[in-house]
Design a protein around this ligand. Structure first.
Ligand SMILES: [Zn+2]
Length: 405
């Protein structure tokens, strides 16, 4: 049994699988012409395997709402799947169809997490945890919002960003995963494996910009957007043919982590890439790209941040210095983050114009580039749990602060 389906704009094979609750391999078995290293093409017809219905037999003491929450299905969705059942009059032995349900939290770990998924995820978290603060800090080249989301009431201000590089989009999902856990533990006043969420909330304010480069992320995940005038130049700029999975830059082929005014000219001369490219082209001048400008303007606001972390993939390393601009405490911070995560703190030379470089040079505060996970970008989603543990330990340490002595 299968369902015919016409591929829509915004679909990827993993997103379709997640929406219908099927495995990628069963989709491929049913559609042998599909190639997972090619983009899903809107308008093409595919066949989706049909899931056998999941049936539950009502037990003594069960209530409709308990069953819904046990299977993580919205009660209304459960009611729709069982139109003849009266939710107030369940009888033991009665069968209920448990419909398949998924939301943006599942996308984080099971499919490509892009700008649309982030936007929905943020709105879901804001509804669920009204103490979170949300703000649009800018707009990408193609008009997508660049969003910031904040948690905490304290005087110590901490910033973390993700997906500056397009094919490192998993960092966006990892930051949102941390945020949700933090919010849930704060709300429930529970200790989170030794981390006092309440104390952190009162001591710090954390502002995340989970996806600095939304156009680039979408390009990596979905291929060239039609109906933009970047469609033609992109195919000239891309070194890898029609495959954009190795793309790091924004949609204009500018590497946002080579855009910051921190010895920018030296980085340009070192890279010697003078045209738009998938990576390492820093633009015609520092801060020409709206995504880099949005981030810099956000960081430049007062009160300033005391510490900043920029999440990239991959390498399980933490870069903590910049020339000799970093404050003395940076090294102690690097050791703390190293201990917390098991990553290696590395003193890096011969690199300029990155976000971390600019933050350290301008504010003389601790700034870090964290290279999450290990392997080839984009990292596979089966590493998500492990990377999530590592990112969580780094952010918990950042929010807990350096201990004296
Ligand atoms: Zn990167």
């Amino acid at each position: 049994m299968s369902i015919p389906y016409v591929i829509q704009k915004g679909d990827t094979y993993l997103r379709i699988c997640l929406r219908y609750g099927v495995h990628l391999q069963s989709l491929l078995n049913l559609n042998p012409h599909l190639r997972t290293n090619e983009y899903a093409i809107p308008g093409h017809l595919i066949h989706i395997p049909q899931r056998p219905p999941n049936v539950y037999l009502v037990q003594q003491q069960d209530t409709f709402y308990e069953i819904a929450s046990r299977f993580r299905v919205p009660a209304q969705w459960l009611a729709n799947a069982n139109p003849t059942v009266n939710p107030r009059q369940l009888t033991p032995g009665q069968s209920l169809i448990i419909p398949y349900w998924t939301d943006e939290r599942d996308v984080r770990r099971e499919a490509e997490y892009g700008p649309v998924q982030l936007f929905n995820d943020m709105n879901g978290l804001i509804d669920r945890y009204p103490f979170l603060k949300q703000e649009q800090i800018g707009t990408s080249v193609l008009g997508k919002p660049i969003m910031a989301i904040g948690i905490g009431n304290g005087p110590v201000r901490i910033h973390a960003n993700g997906a500056v590089h397009a094919n490192e989009w998993i960092t966006s999902a990892l930051l949102m995963e941390f945020l949700e856990q933090y919010a849930a533990h704060y709300e429930n006043c529970r200790s989170w494996r030794g981390f006092d969420a309440h104390a952190a909330y009162e001591r710090t304010t954390l502002w995340l910009v989970p996806m600095v480069n939304p156009d680039g992320v979408e390009l990596v995940q979905e291929g060239v957007p039609d109906r933009t005038h970047y469609a033609d130049p992109l195919s000239d700029w891309n070194w890898y043919g029609e495959d954009y999975r190795l793309w790091k830059a924004n949609i204009r082929g500018v590497d946002l982590n080579d855009q910051f005014p921190a010895h920018w000219e030296e980085e340009r001369d070192r890279r010697s890439i003078m045209n738009p490219a998938p990576l390492n082209y820093g633009g015609e001048a520092p801060l020409t790209e709206p995504e880099a400008i949005a981030l810099a303007d956000f960081i430049d606001r007062e009160p300033h941040f005391d510490l900043a972390l920029s999440f990239h993939t991959q390498g399980q390393e933490i870069y903590w210095n910049y020339r000799d601009y970093e404050p003395e405490e940076s090294e102690r911070w690097a050791k703390l983050l190293e201990q917390a995560s098991g990553y290696r703190a590395v003193k890096l030379f011969g690199s300029d114009a990155g976000f971390k470089d600019w933050f350290i040079q301008k504010y003389r505060k601790p700034g870090f580039t964290v290279e999450v996970g290990y392997g080839v970008n984009p990292l596979p989603l089966d590493q998500f749990e492990r990377m999530s543990v590592e990112v969580t330990s780094i952010l918990k340490a950042a929010l807990s602060g350096l201990q004296e002595g």
